[in-house]
Design a protein around this ligand. Structure first.
Ligand code: SF4
Ligand code: SF4
Length: 374
């Protein structure tokens, strides 16, 4: 991490705050960026834009420091990082410390997946939970890196092709019905939250009516919510807008440009791919009416570099994390917060989700297994 200067003054030292230049040196240039777009979203002058999968300074920087202290990968004098300060962070978020390698949990559920051609089993469940949350007024907006109309999209930069996930928001349950929630490419999650503020309350800094956003994104992105909220440069407006966070169990996201070249190497032109489906052993791409399955090993070279710098197989800082566990029938939901338990329990009670019988020890073992048996 870059060094900070201090200036001795009569009333105490002035400490230089870290700004975009430090973010560039400490994180972006080190390939530690996870493309969550928290830095883009918090910048008061809209000075940061993601170009070619890199957050770049393209406007006037007023040296406020918000970007640096919103980034999930940075550390500073008051925050030594999510792993070093694990107990303190978990106590603040969930009011309890972990007893398991996969993090805090209040309750585990196993539910049936839905027959949904567009979605993986876990995606089909998370979709229903988010739709139910909107319907029951748990939150007003769902923000996510996803694909598909008619969801309103808020983008500082539009996606270059239909394979690049876009920061999106949904305000009605019906808007989530046909979108893909699980990103193949990183998707700038926090642009959606800023977009929700811009579009729904008439401005980022001047909106007065609070809105409640539920954010759904990769495990690495969920950490930004807490970094924004707990950092020295606490970004109240953006972080307090987020009232619920949901994530999924480990699956890498891919660099759009690397995915393009890896697929080209096996004769698949990303521009003419019509559809894709995640499977346990790889991704199926549909092109020219034909199906081509590419294994996760073959796609390894396209995994977004920053993805691997934060090890978080189950979305440890989300209210709920949803995914599958080897040897367990159905979809596992880890509810980490009280709000998460309440939402899932109500969804089961109202028949939105169908709970299935399970042996807790088997699920716990399976979850530990996601961490290499940890
Ligand atoms: S104005 Fe603030 S948030 Fe924007 S780039 Fe500069 S330091 Fe970062
Ligand atoms: S990880 Fe997120 S906040 Fe940090 S530099 Fe990348 S996009 Fe910005």
């Amino acid at each position: 991490m870059s060094e900070l200067k201090t200036w001795p003054m009569r009333y105490g030292p002035i400490v230089q705050r870290k700004i975009y230049a430090n973010l560039f040196v400490d994180i972006i240039r080190q390939n530690k960026c996870v493309l969550c777009a928290a830095c883009v979203a918090v910048c008061p002058t809209n000075a940061i834009v993601v170009l070619n999968e890199t957050p770049r300074l393209t406007g006037v920087c007023i040296k406020c420091g918000y970007c640096y202290y919103a980034c999930p990968s940075t550390t500073d004098e008051s925050f030594k990082g999510f792993s070093e300060e694990l107990e303190r962070v978990e106590e603040r978020i969930f009011g309890m410390k972990r007893r398991e390698v996969f993090g805090v949990y209040r309750k585990i559920f196993v539910v049936e997946a839905f027959d949904d051609k567009l979605a993986t089993p876990e995606e089909s469940v998370i979709r229903r939970i988010m739709m139910f949350g909107l319907e029951r007024n748990y939150f007003d907006v769902v923000g996510f890196p996803g694909y598909g109309e008619p969801v309103t999209k808020y983008m500082l930069m539009p996606p270059r092709g239909r394979w690049e996930a876009a920061a999106s928001i949904a305000t009605k349950p019906s808007e989530l019905e046909s979108v893909r929630l699980k990103p193949l490419t990183p998707g700038l999650t926090y642009n959606s939250v800023r977009g929700a503020l811009e579009e729904l309350v008439g401005g980022f800094f001047h909106g007065v009516d609070p809105i409640r956003v539920a954010v759904f994104g990769p495990p690495q992105h969920i950490r930004s919510v807490w970094r924004m909220r707990f950092s020295w440069a606490e970004h109240r407006k953006l972080s307090k807008t987020i009232v619920f966070a949901a994530s999924y169990f480990d699956r890498p996201f891919y660099s759009y440009k690397d995915l393009r070249s890896v697929l080209a190497g096996i004769g698949v032109n990303i521009d003419v791919v019509e559809d894709w489906f995640f499977h346990d052993d790889g991704i199926e791409f549909i092109t020219g009416g034909k199906s081509i399955k590419v294994s996760y090993e073959d796609l390894e070279g396209a995994v977004y570099k920053g993805f691997k710098t934060i090890y978080d197989p189950t979305g440890e800082f989300a209210d709920i994390s949803v995914g599958r566990v080897p040897g367990v029938e159905g979809v596992v939901i880890i509810a980490r917060s009280e709000e998460g338990v309440k939402l899932v329990e109500e969804a089961i009670e109202k028949g939105v989700l169908k709970a299935v019988e399970f042996e807790l020890d088997v699920v716990l073992d399976g979850l530990r297994g996601l961490y290499g048996g940890g």
